[in-house]
Design a protein around this ligand. Structure first.
Ligand SMILES: *[C@@H]1O[C@H](CO)[C@@H](O)[C@H](O)[C@H]1NC(C)=O
Ligand SMILES: *[C@@H]1O[C@H](CO)[C@@H](O)[C@H](O)[C@H]1NC(C)=O
Ligand SMILES: *[C@@H]1O[C@H](CO)[C@@H](O)[C@H](O)[C@H]1NC(C)=O
Length: 458
């Protein structure tokens, strides 16, 4: 027991140190994706709460009573409309961003009556990408200033333009950053939340989960932010990084300026192994299965080939059960899922005789295609190679060649469609910034599945 415990401690100590090398997935964000996320946040945030309370009064610099710079009181941000965003990635730092907004500020004029000012203002910010709680990527605002572009004031008659200009110069320049920079904080908070996978449970199959986490500070270049994501399936023993022999450190070599999600062969292997353990590749085929699928009852037609079968019985069950770890291998343009298990034919009416009619060993190679739909990795398999061998049979004269065609038909027409249906939603991918990879271009590379979306044209 102790030995196991220290073994585990040692293992995890090793895992910790190798985490940087073996990422399960990589998310590469280009500036368009980030810009879209900022824009979505701006459009979805309810600023009315922030607007409800007036900003702290601008500091007075010894103005005398009646100074036109103090010409307005109880100033409030009445409306904020976003016009456009320009966002630039600053390598090794974060972003420089300018958000152009149309705002409306209202207040009381000292000459009596309401005063209303409509402005177009640039909010200019510099952010730094840091690591926050749970190592999640976190943008922190390092600098924020405002730039007044246009102004149109509805002022009480009798106020001279010169007075207004003086007022705008002196007061608004102090007031605008106080009013608008908190908006940036709100937006960044919302973007940061979408960059964090830590609190989400990502389902795997029907009983498992994948924990996606981030351990290192993402890299920022001129063209992208690259986030290395670690994954762990529900049980500790199944940690992706527990395989010391795992593939080389994962990198994306593509030069394309797209937003990309890379899924490593290691992650696929761990996920498929878990799905196999859960029984996803175990399928029982009965006459009823076949009639539900609209197929002719072909199990009973076996009687013709095998006179030793109880010919009147229609109650056979073909049990397909995969028992070794499902393995996925990714080569250039090629993904292969390898299964090994047993295929057994039972007469389900025979209660006294618990012998299967035959037991085959099956090595099944499936070609895999992949797509992403609603945050799930959708895998689609087709039979590639199947090798069957007889392990035992109720009748010595029963040879593989006799049942070969029948078993292959069952694999192709029943097993594969059933498995594909299960695989459609079995594996959840990390969801960050609500990127829609549904129409992504998919490439199978050496040990890496790469999805790319052009978020700049969207
Ligand atoms: C980003 O903004 C900061 C602060 O405003 C500025 O010092 C820096 O030069 C800008 N960097 C680039 C690449 O524009
Ligand atoms: C796993 O590691 C062992 C020992 O370092 C090595 O001999 C073997 O070739 C590796 N296997 C794979 C599949 O990389
Ligand atoms: C993602 O894109 C697909 C295809 O363009 C679309 O059908 C789907 O509704 C989108 N999903 C979301 C959540 O926007």
């Amino acid at each position: 027991m102790m030995l196991t415990f220290w073994g585990a401690v040692l293992l995890f100590a090793l895992l910790d140190s190798s985490q940087c090398l073996h990422s399960a997935a990589i998310l590469r964000l280009n500036s368009c994706t980030l810009k879209k996320s900022v824009k979505d946040s701006l459009l979805s945030i309810d600023f009315s709460k922030a607007m409800a309370k007036p900003p702290p009064p601008a500091k007075k610099h010894g103005h005398q009573k009646g100074d036109p710079a103090k010409g307005m009181s109880q100033m409030k941000l009445l409306n904020l409309e976003f016009v456009e965003i320009s966002l630039k990635l600053v390598p090794d730092v974060g972003t420089n961003m300018t958000v152009t907004t149309k705002i409306e500020v209202g207040g009381k004029s000292i000459l009596g009556g309401n005063m209303d000012i409509k402005m177009e203002v640039n909010i200019i910010t510099a952010t730094r990408l840091t690591q926050g709680e749970n190592n999640c990527p976190k943008f922190v605002c390092e600098a924020c200033q405002t730039q007044l572009l246009k102004v149109k004031a509805n002022v009480p008659s009798g106020v001279l333009p010169g007075v207004i200009n003086k007022f705008l110069d002196k007061t608004l320049h102090k007031l605008l950053p106080t009013m608008l920079c908190p908006t940036v904080e709100t937006v960044l908070k919302s973007v940061n939340e979408k960059l964090c996978t830590a609190d989400a449970k990502y389902p795997l199959g029907s009983h498992g989960f994948i924990d996606y986490s981030i351990s290192e500070l993402p890299e920022v270049t001129h063209h992208f932010i690259e986030i290395h994501i670690n994954a762990m399936v529900e049980q500790m023993e199944d940690a992706i990084h527990s395989s010391a022999n795992s593939s080389a450190p994962m990198t994306i070599t593509s030069k394309e300026d797209a937003t990309m999600l890379g899924v490593s062969a290691d992650l696929l292997n761990s996920a498929f192994a878990k799905l196999q353990e859960e029984g996803l590749f175990n399928v029982d085929i009965t006459e009823q299965t076949l009639s539900t699928l609209g197929m002719p009852p072909s199990i009973s037609s076996l009687s013709a080939m095998m006179p030793q079968l109880p010919s009147l019985s229609q109650s056979f069950v073909l049990k397909i059960a995969m028992k070794d770890d499902a393995k996925v291998a990714l080569y250039l343009d090629n993904a292969l899922l390898t299964l090994n298990g047993a295929i057994e034919l039972w007469d389900s009416t025979a209660t006294d005789d618990l012998q299967p009619i035959f037991v085959l060993n099956a090595d099944i190679d499936l070609k895999c295609g992949f797509a992403i739909a609603e945050g799930k990795l959708k895998s689609m398999v087709t039979l590639d190679k199947t090798s069957l061998s007889m392990v035992s049979s109720a009748d010595d004269s029963l040879e593989v060649s006799l049942v070969d065609e029948f078993v292959r038909t069952m694999l192709n027409d029943v097993f594969v469609p059933v498995v594909n249906e299960e695989l459609e939603t079995a594996i959840s991918l990390p969801d960050m910034l609500n990127i829609n990879f549904s129409n992504a271009k998919m490439e199978i590379l050496e040990n890496l599945l790469l999805f790319s979306v052009n978020t700049c044209s969207a």
